[in-house]
Design a binder for this molecule. Sequence first.
Ligand SMILES: Cc1cc2nc3c(=O)[nH]c(=O)nc-3n(C[C@H](O)[C@H](O)[C@H](O)COP(=O)(O)OP(=O)(O)OC[C@H]3O[C@@H](n4cnc5c(N)ncnc54)[C@H](O)[C@@H]3O)c2cc1C
Length: 459
Amino acid sequence: MKHTLHNHAIVIGGSMAGLLAARVLSDHFNRVTILERDTVSPEPESRKGQPQTQHLHGLLATGLQVMTRYFPDLPKALLDGGAMMGDFAGVMNWYSYGGYRKQFEMGVNATTMSRPLLESLVRARVVALPNVTLMDNTAVKQLLTTPDRNQVTGVEVEARGNGQTTQLLANLVVDVSGRGSRSPQWLEALGFEAPPTSEVKVDVGYATRTYRRNPADPRGKTWTLITPEAPKETRFGGMFPIEGDRWIVSLGGWAGDHAPTDPEGFLAFARSLPAPDIYETICRAEPLSDITPFRFPLSLRRHYEKLTRFPKGYLVLGDAISSFNPTYGQGMTSAALQTRELEKLLAKNTPLENLAITFFKQASKVIDIPWQLAVGEDFRFPATTGPKPAGTDLINRYVEKVHRATLHDEVVGMAFLKVMNLMAPPPSLFHPRILWRVLRAKPTNPQPSFKSVESVAGD
Ligand SMILES: Cc1cc2nc3c(=O)[nH]c(=O)nc-3n(C[C@H](O)[C@H](O)[C@H](O)COP(=O)(O)OP(=O)(O)OC[C@H]3O[C@@H](n4cnc5c(N)ncnc54)[C@H](O)[C@@H]3O)c2cc1C
């Protein structure tokens, strides 16, 4: 098939979803311009417009696979930059439901690093593309359209600093400006309907601190997650080794049970978790940062797929469509999978006029799975409110047994981790082979903490 090359695409937002979208668009447009409101440093750095990047960010295996497809040298660059890489099921020291999930080799790589490191490596590769330009300190103020308002033709931007406004024209504008996206308001101003939304209130709070890590200590490469047996427990903790011989430690909870941001309160919260691993490390470790909070009141989904009218030449992608409770670590992978759908449509030469409606339908199928997984788990807590998918309680009763079975059964563990990593659909947990093992599972058998990690690459 002859490949159509369009002229110019604009991407609003230079965070992870914007960078991945720009990478895909660069194959189909002569020029791609990323517009980012913040100042962007080439170094790993959290910016004002993405405060969440100061907190623990795990990249699911599927996200790493999609990113590696776009940037084949990314795993090596991560290792060179000090990230850890290892087999997902082999390295994760994950306490849940009264024990540690059984560790085994699943043949799937996972990586831990700071989110700013990952983003800086992706960004360096995107801006190195000859037809991609990143304009920072540039805030998009409004959309430009044809006189009948049916087609977006570009954007009006304001330069930070001097406040000067400029108009930039494009054949396609993609809004990847995150959860705070102005697309609903911009659409209404143009006479279109804003998308209907789903909101699931979870009242999750994070508090995060980094510590000095001794990589020579056998525990220095352990990736620890402690997640609650809901609803009787509400607290979680994550402690991952990251570049610069640091630990990143995020503590928090559901339903308003948030970790304090004073040092004593933070330590006491770590001590209150159902497994000692995080507390035992951080009570002796040297803190390297202040404690930073982040409040996540609700998961938000904007149903663009339900709109019947939408301006031509315009798309929305990433957190701007859907932002889930971050404790499940799905946001970047969801953005990567949405980008794959965009790539498939462009590869089929889908005309730009028809792109939005088809893209939103495909993106919605991608988002359905992490949304169901996140929202389903969140409804274990009675304080969670919002649209509850039919059958959630029944499914949760079964998945609770799955969680318990993962403590000693690696076949169930493999099935669970594949679903969690968005590698297999949730119904695969109900396959007769898994169902049988789950239903005959033995009661919880707590195991010792801090199992040694032998399979971590990147020494
Ligand atoms: C506490 C927390 C922890 C998380 N942990 C994980 C995790 O473990 N794993 C995971 O995969 N995901 C995680 N996420 C989600 C992840 O951070 C996002 O899914 C990811 O950043 C992709 O978002 P995005 O690029 O769509 O939007 P964002 O990251 O929000 O970026 C939007 C960008 O648009 C820019 N912008 C906004 N408005 C304008 C404008 N008008 N003009 C120009 N630029 C603009 C902003 O400055 C920003 O750079 C977490 C989220 C939170 C809140």
